[in-house]
Design a protein around this ligand. Structure first.
Ligand code: 3H9
Length: 690
């Protein structure tokens, strides 16, 4: 029929196979022949049943995201599904891999769905700032009930085949030859006889919805949306499925979809989808992959323990090294406790916990690292200490082992120089808690070998991380930009802003928390110690630390935390302290508005990002976005700082930075060359000449 859709016969069952690698997206070149094939099969009297299956590694994983934002080419997905529903003979979707988004919606157009036992099914459109636009919001509730559908659609999280069977989303689950069993299933349906009810006409479950409970659930979900439009639209669409006729609900879904797909938030989230995949390509794609079977981690503190857990969670045996038995036992006990918490929360089975714990081996002897293929150091953040560790590693590690440092600031070239094999040394900057946070900055040092880089990028993906390759500079991409974001915090306070006012501007922008809440959470003493070591000061933060106000862990910092609670309460004492310090400096308080706070915190963030890009510390502007969204909570609906800069307008950013630079003379406001070029050309790609 076409290169992308073929039809074969197995007796009187027609098997339509979609073959559009890599993930069988519903591109125009699939929809057109699929529509034709289905129309022909519907009218073919020799065909008694139709199976829709996919070649390759997965069932249809969704609409083709690259087509969004371009003129729609007919037939649309909705038309293909509508045609499916006019077919009187039994239609069956044979699902393997992932049936996601438009893929699941296509399957919902069939009378029946059967799945391989490893299959996953879901409507993840919300993660792209969208809602299911192929009838998913109207059909899924008819099969699984409105409350279950709401949870699936608003979270975007897929469910496994067994859960799908229990929920009524699929009619059978098979192990082994899926296609043969699906054809048999279809034949049985032919024998059983119709009429076969399309999903659109199945109203039984919907009628039983507890509307009050549904609305409560929807309200709770809306509260968590944090300024994102898509989750609210998803909930609205599922509500429509209950309260409107099927056709009305479908029309309303379309309207909501068109609005979202044209909006900035979805553009931002689609940008991030491709940015993450692009960043993972890192570099050295064709280089060899070094074998990694055994991992070593040096340091069993918070960071080392979390890193060790991240590898164990990915199935890798880990040798955990500490300097003393006592420190090792403490580290292992924390790991044990963390897994126990996961079990008690129901996110990990007891069996899986045991399997993971079995992967750990503790040691206090460097010689035990000799059989490791990758060794990650997570010791105290001081160059001399790191170099000593690498010197020891050089002596014991096998030839070809990858030696990684988890430093968050230090010069990886200098660390590599402590070994006789700098080509095997790389930075792996995990974020705390390392077993949870997705971001992994992979620091390419001057002499890091291409196959080392390729190996750690692939490894990162295997342990579920989002890798971004960066170059060497103080703080790499994330922490270097964080310093630029925070450079004006103290000045803003002294000039009249309060911590809660600044944090509020951040949360209104979409951040999960503002800089002062973040400081209190991380512990103000860390920055204090760092500043002291480097001969730096921060008037307010230092004064707080001198009073023992280290943040949440001491019950007070920029805020108060009452009775062990994590809820920040604005503290008049802090405001008085700020005013006193301002008075000492002769700074009068004035009103500071939200625009000024954004201009003095986020514009320098963008400016520093541009410098990083110009210095080639990051390969692409989108890599910087991936770092900030996955490691620092930059709102996904704004696409990361560099994407947001495009929305905000480079010319506006440069104009305001110039203004602040003129007024304060501070370097952090001085626009870099690349930012100026971006302001002229309108995009980062054209600014860097791509
Ligand atoms: C939707 O369906 C809207 C409808 O409701 C309404 C329509 C009217 N389109 O992730 P991978 C590319 S919205 C285009 O590395 P994995 C991807 O960019 C869609 N391209 O593989 C990459 O390209 P490259 C709802 C896509 O094995 C390559 O495929 N569906 C699409 O780690 C491999 O991808 C989703 O949101 C796509 N839909 O994971 C599902 N999907 O090699 C999105 C992937 O050039 N997809 N590509 O970098 C996924 O979640 C994962 O790709 C999947 C496989 C789990 C399927």
């Amino acid at each position: 029929m076409s290169d992308f859709v073929s039809v074969a016969r197995d007796g009187d069952v027609a098997v339509v196979t979609i073959d559009n690698p890599p993930v069988n997206a519903m591109s125009f070149h699939v929809r057109e022949p699929l529509h034709q094939a289905l129309a022909a099969l519907r009218d073919d009297p020799t065909v008694a049943a139709i199976v829709i299956a996919c070649a390759g590694r997965t069932f249809v994983a969704g609409a083709d995201i690259t087509e969004f934002g371009k003129p729609v080419q007919q037939p649309e997905l909705r038309a293909v599904i509508a045609l499916l529903e006019t077919i009187a003979k039994p239609t069956v979707a044979a699902i393997h891999g992932t049936a996601l988004g438009g893929g699941l919606e296509l399957a919902l157009g069939c009378h029946f769905r059967v799945a391989d036992s490893n299959a996953k099914l879901g409507l993840p459109e919300v993660k792209l700032g969208l809602l299911p636009g192929g009838g998913g919001t109207a059909r899924l509730p008819r099969l699984v009930g409105a409350e279950k559908a709401l949870g699936m659609i608003v979270s975007g999280a897929p469910i496994g085949a067994a859960e799908a069977l229990e929920a009524g989303l699929v009619d059978a689950v098979f192990d082994g030859d899926l296609l043969a069993q699906t054809v048999r299933f279809a034949s049985e349906m032919v024998v059983k006889g119709g009429p076969f009810l399309p999903v659109r006409n199945r109203n039984d479950r919907l009628g039983k919805t507890d509307l009050a409970a549904f609305d409560r659930q929807a309200t709770e979900l809306a509260k968590k949306a944090r300024g994102l439009e898509a989750p609210i639209a998803c909930a609205q669409a599922v509500r429509n499925a209950i309260s409107l006729s099927f056709d009305e609900a479908l029309a309303a879904e379309r309207e909501l979809f068109l609005k979202l797909v044209a909006g900035d938030q979805s553009r931002a989230q689609r940008h991030l989808f491709f940015a993450e995949r692009e960043a993972a390509k890192g570099s050295g794609k064709d280089a060899f992959w070094r074998k990694i079977a055994q991992v070593g981690v040096i340091g069993a503190g918070t960071m080392g323990g979390g890193i060790a857990m991240a590898f164990a969670n990915g199935g890798f045996p880990v040798t955990l090294l500490e300097t003393s038995r006592k420190a090792l036992d403490r580290g292992l006990a924390t790991i044990d406790k963390n897994y126990a918490v996961s079990v008690s929360r129901g996110s990990l089975s007891e069996e899986a916990r045991q399997q993971r714990l079995d992967l750990f081996k503790g040691s206090t002897d460097y010689a035990d690292l000799a059989d490791c293929d990758l060794i990650v150091e997570a010791v105290f953040e001081e160059m001399a200490v790191k170099q000593e560790v690498f010197g020891k590693l050089d002596a014991v590690a096998r030839a070809g082992a990858i030696l990684a440092t988890n430093t968050s600031y230090l010069d990886v070239n200098a660390i590599a120089a402590a070994t006789s094999r700098p080509q095997d040394v790389v930075g792996l900057h995990f974020f705390s808690p390392a077993n949870v946070m997705k971001l992994l900055e992979i620091v390419r040092a001057e002499r890091t070998a291409p196959d080392v880089l390729a190996t750690v990028v692939e490894l990162a993906r295997r342990i579920g991380k989002v890798p971004v390759v960066v170059g060497v500079c103080h703080g790499f991409v994330g922490n270097r930009m964080l310093a630029a974001r925070g450079a004006e915090s103290e000045a803003l306070l002294l000039e009249g802003a309060t911590p809660s006012q600044i944090d509020r501007v951040f949360t209104d922008f979409g951040w999960p928390m503002g800089p002062f809440q973040m400081g209190d959470l991380a512990g103000l003493d860390i920055g204090w110690r760092n500043r002291k070591a480097r001969g730096l000061t921060a008037v307010i933060a230092d004064a707080l630390c001198e009073q023992g106000r280290f943040g949440q862990k001491t019950g007070s910092g920029f805020y108060r935390y009452e009775n062990g609670s994590r809820t920040p309460v604005p503290d008049l004492e802090v405001e008085a302290l700020i005013r006193a310090k301002a008075a000492e400096k002769g700074i009068a308080a004035r009103a500071i508005d939200a625009d000024e706070i954004i201009e003095r915190t986020l514009y320098p963030l963008v400016n520093e990002g541009a410098k990083i890009l110009e210095e080639k510390i990051a390969a692409r502007a989108s890599d910087i976005d991936v770092v900030w969204v996955n490691g620092y909570g930059f709102p996904v609906g704004k696409g990361g700082p560099m994407f947001w800069a495009g929305l905000e307008g480079g010319d506006k950013i440069v104009e305001r930075l110039d203004h602040w630079h003129e007024r304060t003379g501070k370097d952090v406001f001085k626009p870099g060359r690349l930012l100026r070029r971006m302001a002229e050309t309108g995009s980062w790609e054209s600014a860097v000449g791509r």
